[in-house]
Design a binder for this molecule. Structure first.
Ligand code: SAM
Length: 326
């Protein structure tokens, strides 16, 4: 890399937070729902049109909006992603702006969270500590649900044709579970922490929410209740629990005799956003461990589950690894 390219890279990353914050704020404010409009049209909410234009010029530089004379509008592809209820804007303006960004940057205590955790890794409290506040759990899940609807369709479509009940560990409000029901016409049990399950909106009777702990198989629906699972889905679960629990959890699934295990997560070597999202979790999940596709494949292989396929789900960000018992 020559010096000019190096300087450009430093600036791009060092100042990247400005465009990022401008986008997240537009999502939080539901600005995109109001376009096309001129800044003057928006003065009922934002009294200074010059300030709004400055904000929108940043978004225009990134391709989110474009200006035709005085009117700001969106390219069709951006409109499809960022306009409306349950759009990607809900997720970015909700969980990302309000919960994730503060958890890595200046936090509630206004100190650098990343630096604090690097210096004191034992200070991390994990999802269980975070969701001890039920309102935080509910706000998080509402956004997570919106953010997972897209990946959920891709995950469901890639599963090895479930022909029986599916266990979704750490399944949140069931975005993936609902997609599996729709795609494969099988029932799904979602196991998640109490605060998550208690706030989950009602679904149909094909998805059951079970308050439990992915790390304690005694809390999953049991064989004695006549429950046999064809397969298990772990979507973002390995990023959300301590690294030394990954292998015991797979052992528990093998003991439950599942035919296949699908792991969807941020994986080392799967792109820039995968590395970034691993860090975003590592700052609050105790003993977080980043895993590569090869590592997960050999963990599954060691347990008699052959990995026939691994595929990208979210570009540069998430991968799906599926191990199937032969
Ligand atoms: C990033 S979210 C993913 C939610 C969902 N699987 C999806 O793909 O949208 C991680 C989920 O793991 C859950 N989780 C974390 N630790 C858990 C544990 N020990 N037992 C059960 N669920 C857990 C969290 O409550 C949260 O719902």
């Amino acid at each position: 890399m020559d010096l000019t390219a190096a300087a450009r890279k430093v600036n791009e990353t060092g100042y990247g937070y400005i465009a990022s914050w401008a986008l997240l704020t537009a999502c939080e404010q539901r600005l995109f729902d109001r376009l096309p409009a001129s800044s003057a049209d928006l003065t009922d909410t934002y009294p200074d049109p010059d300030l709004v234009d400055t904000w929108l010029h940043v978004l225009a530089e990134q391709g989110f909006v474009e200006q035709k004379e005085a009117t700001w509008q969106m390219p069709e592809s951006m409109e499809r992603l960022l306009v409306g209820d349950n759009s990607y804007a809900d997720y970015l303006g909700g969980q990302i702006l309000q919960q994730m960004a503060p958890r890595m940057t200046l936090g509630v205590g206004e100190t650098n969270v990343l630096a604090d955790v690097l210096l004191d890794p034992d200070s991390r409290v994990g999802y269980e500590g975070w969701f001890a506040d039920a309102a935080e759990a509910e706000a998080y899940q509402a956004s997570q649900y919106a953010g997972s609807l897209g990946p959920a369709k891709a995950i469901a479509a890639s599963l090895p044709s479930p022909d029986g009940r599916v266990l979704d560990l750490g399944g949140g409000w069931g975005a993936v579970a609902r997609s599996i029901v729709k795609h494969h016409d099988v029932d799904v049990d979602v196991v998640d922490l109490g605060a998550v399950v208690d706030s989950a909106p009602p679904v149909n009777d094909r998805v059951s929410f079970v308050s439990g702990n992915a790390l304690d198989s005694a809390t999953w629906p049991t064989d004695t209740n006549g429950v046999q699972y064809d397969g298990a889905v772990l979507s973002y679960l390995f990023s959300s629990i301590p690294g030394d629990t990954h292998e015991p959890l797979l052992d528990d699934l093998v003991e439950r005799d599942v035919r296949w295990i699908a792991i969807h997560d941020f994986m080392v070597g799967s792109g820039a956003h995968a590395a970034a999202w691993s860090l975003q979790h590592a700052v609050f999940v105790p003993d977080h461990r980043s895993r590569s596709v090869d590592e997960l494949s050999s963990m599954l292989d060691d347990r008699g589950s052959e990995v026939e396929q691994s595929s990208t789900v979210v570009d540069e960000m998430t991968t799906l690894v599926i191990g199937c018992r032969s």
